[in-house]
Design a protein around this ligand. Structure first.
Ligand code: NAD
Ligand code: TYD
Length: 359
């Protein structure tokens, strides 16, 4: 039975990944979820798996070397799936240091602990071990408004925000371990995800939540920045496939060929909400385009991201399955059915963040 150590499993993608893996492998795998539960970590996301015998949760900071080494000492970990990170660009612009701490130093701690646990006396590594580093397309910087330009695995690393710089640094550390020690790892660089359990500081859940409450919908700059949106289950599937089939030492881009301007995303969400809400629902009346409010642009705002997923399709057979029109309905349905989740995460600290950010 394979044992996965998932870091950041209480966050958005990590929790979706854990659900995906249990749907696929059920009792044939073991997952240890290590998360220190920052504002973005929420054990509510994992209620339905927490009683499983093949699941355990350890509250620990990835920067805490002793705690992480202890987990490796106590368990024969086969695969590390490293999600834990500070993940929001706007927060990184306001407070870069924690991004360096968690994303760079935390990754160094994880790499060292795995290396120590997996290393053989001859300098090689035990069979079947792998470190999967989950990264972002933002490390490649920004593309021009040209629909024929894409990020490839060979594109230069050119991060602009403190978030993407910290992720690029962590990618480089993983690369250094692969190059120096032949450490068994893969890096995946994925485009923007959306789906259930996403914290409403990110565009899609923020717009859904505000629209349902009749609140203004803040659009940065001219609203024409482009992101390539991927349904989170498709990302989970890509990670699983790279663990199983990815060639050690390789980097894989993961993306949906679903590039849309932010303003288009907002309009689709408004139309879909209108379509899905009952006529009798009082929220329907206040959902309209007048809520769209152009606000000051994000500092250093990357213009366009677009992934060419050719390598992962050709070498591994992965391709995105969920069309945006279907994925956004699944996402909105989930937020309809989980109003309490949204209320819980938007009380307290979130209100403070929102008021500061959008004042
Ligand atoms: P998230 O912010 O929702 O979750 C991050 C999780 O990491 C939280 O549960 C948090 O508690 C935990 N964490 C943070 N600091 C920690 C620490 N020091 N020790 C232990 N746990 C800690 O993030 P997400 O959107 O789920 O992203 C997960 C990963 O995927 C990140 O590495 C991110 O860079 C990458 N990624 C995200 C996207 C996206 O669109 N969200 C796209 C590509 C790649
Ligand atoms: P975000 O979800 O923060 O992801 P990222 O910055 O990692 O791509 O933002 C997605 C896009 O939406 C980005 O171009 C910034 C923009 N945006 C807004 O226009 N308004 C908002 O309130 C937010 C949060 C983002």
């Amino acid at each position: 039975m394979k044992t996965y150590l998932v870091t950041g499993g209480a966050g958005f993608i990590g929790s979706n990944f854990i659900h995906y893996m249990y749907r696929k492998y059920d009792n044939d795998i073991r997952i240890i979820n290590v998360d220190c539960l920052t504002y973005a970590g929420n054990l509510e996301n994992l209620r339905s798996v927490e009683d499983r015998e093949n699941y355990s949760f350890v509250k620990a900071d990835i920067c805490d070397r002793e705690a992480i080494e202890h987990i490796f000492d106590e368990n024969d970990v086969d695969v590390v799936v490293h999600f834990a990170a500070e993940s929001h660009v706007d927060r990184s612009i306001r407070n870069p240091e924690i991004f360096v701490q968690t994303n760079v130093l935390g990754t160094a701690v994880m790499l060292n602990a795995a290396k120590k646990a997996w290393e053989l006396p001859d300098g090689g590594f035990k069979e079947g071990k792998k470190f999967l580093h989950v990264s972002t397309d933002e490390v490649y910087g920004s593309l021009p408004d040209d629909n024929n330009a894409f990020f490839y695995e060979t594109s230069p690393i050119d991060p602009h925000s403190p978030y993407s710089a910290s992720k690029a640094s962590s990618d480089m550390l993983v690369k250094a371990y692969m190059d120096t020690y032949h450490f068994p790892a893969n890096i995946t660089n994925c485009s923007n995800n959306y789906g259930p359990y996403q914290f409403p500081e990110k565009l899609i859940p923020l717009i859904i939540n505000n629209a349902l409450q009749g609140k203004k919908l803040p659009v940065y700059g001219d609203g024409k920045n482009v992101r390539d949106w991927l349904y989170v289950d498709d990302h989970a599937k890509a990670i699983d496939m790279v663990i199983e089939k990815g060639r050690i030492g390789e980097r894989y881009n993961v993306g949906g060929h679903n590039e849309k301007q932010n303003i288009e995303i907002i309009e689709i969400i408004l139309d879909t909400l209108k379509e899905m809400l009952d006529d009798s629902d009082p929220r329907k009346a206040h959902i309209n385009r007048d809520l769209i409010t152009y606000v000051e642009d994000r500092k250093g705002h990357d213009r366009r991201y677009a992934i060419a997923p050719d390598k992962i399709s050709k070498d591994i057979g992965w391709y995105p399955e969920t069309m945006f029109k279907d994925g956004i309905k699944l996402t909105i349905k989930w937020y309809f059915e989980n109003e309490k989740w949204m209320k819980n995460v938007t009380s307290g600290e979130y209100q403070k963040y929102y008021n500061d950010m959008y004042k």
